[in-house]
Design a protein around this ligand. Structure first.
Ligand SMILES: [Zn+2]
Length: 114
C-alpha cells in the first residue's frame, strides 16, 4: 500500500474515534472509569499522522471528510463502494495501491481490493 494511503487510513480512524468521543458524556465516562486522557492521546496521534501527510493530500482529505466523514473507499470490480459508481476503465485497470487515487464521482480516496 502507498504509505500516504496507510497514513490516511489511520488518520481517518483516529478522526472517527474522536467523533465518537465527542458524542459521549465526559462526566459520565469519567465516573465509569474511562481514561479521560484518551481524547488528548487521540489528538496527539492525529497531529502526528497529519504531520506525515503532504499538504495537498491533507487538503483533499479535509474536503472529503467534511462531506462524508469516511474518506477512504474500497474498490471492487471497478466500482467505488463509497458511491457505487463505476470507475473509468483506465482508473479501474490501475488496480494498485501504489499511488493515491480519488474517485472521480465522490472524491473519496480509493483502496483497491484484488
Ligand atoms: Zn466514489
Amino acid at each position: 500500500m502507498h504509505s500516504d494511503l496507510e497514513f490516511l487510513v489511520i488518520l481517518n480512524d483516529i478522526d472517527l474515534m474522536l467523533d465518537d468521543l465527542g458524542k459521549g458524556n465526559a462526566e459520565v465516562e469519567e465516573k465509569l472509569g474511562f481514561d479521560v486522557s484518551r481524547k488528548e492521546k487521540l489528538e496527539k496521534a492525529r497531529d502526528d499522522m497529519r504531520g506525515k501527510c503532504s499538504e495537498a493530500v491533507l487538503r483533499r482529505y479535509d474536503r472529503v471528510r467534511g462531506k462524508y466523514g469516511k474518506v477512504i473507499s474500497p474498490v471492487f470490480d471497478g466500482v467505488c463502494y463509497g458511491c457505487f459508481q463505476r470507475l473509468h476503465t483506465e482508473l479501474a485497470q490501475i488496480s494498485r495501491n501504489e499511488k493515491i487515487l480519488s474517485c472521480p464521482h465522490c472524491g473519496r480516496f480509493l483502496y483497491f481490493m484484488k
